[in-house]
Ligand binder design. Structure first.
Ligand SMILES: Nc1nc2c(ncn2[C@@H]2O[C@H](COP(=O)(O)OP(=O)(O)O)[C@@H](O)[C@H]2O)c(=O)[nH]1
Ligand SMILES: [Mg+2]
Length: 362
């Protein structure tokens, strides 16, 4: 009896153990399942966010292209319209066609050197690819120009603290572009300060004050005819003390006296380096695209007196001379950083060669 009872008891214990194990297994499986589900849910949420972000950035690109398209309408008519008009009158791809096309490119403000280069490449491509149809030529020119625009195009990266010195002749759009830049950087979350280094005319200081008020950023200024490097000194000190991310300095545009300009820029440079060695210095030359080849000439002259790190090309809206952008890119070896597409605060775009080609050619 004792033995049987013991056996039964052990049997019962085994059954209980098995049940317990089964129960544990089920619990374990359920836990694993729920963890798996949670992971999948998180993954799909992550994918959704990524997808939305991608859609947003694609939409943003579409918007930027359409803003460029709007600004570049006349340039497009001038350049593409000109090429199409020539192609219409030819039946064979020959030397006469190349010559006419070269002239058209020059007329569209691409400059002699750049136009020659484009046609030279066109000749080679036509030969290599055995092109005989006139209608294929347009696509080839577009490809050649797009490749030119996209060559060595590294993006500007702003790392605070940065000081941007804005130079250029009178009327090109320096002060306006500074207002737009301040707005852009502020929107991007940087703290911004302006310095009124154009002390030549009282109106210049007032104009910058208006932009500073509009964007709501501090402006460091002195009176008319004050020493520009003294203004820069104060502005740099203030930006350093306040840990401002970006200080943008306006300057007077006096190219007629190269020696004076050189001296002044040298002095300003010295002050910046001495007072704020840690800050990165960008020197932006502003060029008015409506002046066509003249803008290229200005850039060449300024290059002799200043260490230009980037270009701002203004008034691309409503000009047929936007072809100048291609000449600038090809001839100056200075990156175009921003383009002005109007007179309002938001009318400044980061220059993107891909977007530019698309807006011009698509
Ligand atoms: N349409 C257009 N006008 C511009 C642009 N940038 C500047 N301007 C105008 O050009 C004129 C001269 O600008 P301003 O900033 O005073 O030039 P600054 O003498 O170099 O400082 C002003 O009437 C501006 O409104 C632009 O991108 N598009
Ligand atoms: Mg000005």
């Amino acid at each position: 009896m004792g033995f049987l009872k013991k056996l039964k008891k052990e049997n019962e214990k085994q059954v209980i153990d098995i049940k317990k194990q089964e129960q544990e297994k089920i619990e374990r499986e359920e836990q694993e399942k729920s963890e798996q589900e949670k992971m999948e849910q998180e993954k799909s949420e992550q994918e959704k966010i990524e997808c939305e972000e991608q859609e947003k950035s694609e939409q943003e690109t579409v918007n930027i292209i359409s803003r460029f398209k709007k600004g570049l309408g006349e340039t497009k008519n001038n350049l593409i319209g000109g090429i199409e008009n020539i192609l219409k009158t030819f039946k064979t791809v020959d030397e006469d066609l190349f010559e006419e096309l070269e002239e058209t490119l020059i007329m569209a403000d691409l400059g002699v050197n750049t136009s020659l280069k484009i046609i030279e490449q066109l000749r080679k491509r036509v030969k290599k690819e055995k092109v005989i149809e006139v209608k294929e030529v347009k696509g080839l020119i577009i490809e050649i120009i797009s490749e030119m625009l996209q060559k060595d195009s590294e993006k500007l990266e702003i790392k605070p603290p940065t000081i941007i010195l804005v130079i250029g002749v009178n009327g090109v759009g320096k002060t306006t572009s500074i207002g737009k830049l301040a707005y852009k950087y502020k929107e991007e979350g940087f703290s911004v300060m302006l310095g009124a280094g154009d002390t030549f005319r009282a109106a210049a200081i007032e104009q910058l004050q208006i932009w500073a008020d509009r964007v709501d950023v501090p402006l460091i200024k002195h009176k008319e005819n004050a020493d520009a490097s003294a203004v820069v000194f104060d502005a740099v000190r203030s930006a350093k003390a306040k840990k401002t991310d970006i200080l943008i300095i306006d300057t007077a545009g006096r190219l007629h006296n190269k020696k004076n300009l050189m001296e002044e820029l040298k002095k300003i440079n010295k002050v910046i380096v001495r007072e704020y060695e840690k800050a990165k210095l960008e020197v932006f030359l502003v060029l008015d695209s409506t002046t066509g080849q003249n803008a290229v000439e200005q850039a060449k002259q300024f290059k002799e007196v200043a260490n230009i790190t980037g270009l701002m090309l203004t008034k691309l809206d409503g000009t047929a001379k936007g072809g100048i952008t291609i000449a600038i890119k090809e001839e100056l070896n200075i990156p175009v950083r921003y383009v002005g597409l109007g007179e309002k605060l938001g009318d400044l775009e980061e220059f993107d060669s891909d977007v530019f080609s698309k807006a011009l050619f698509e």
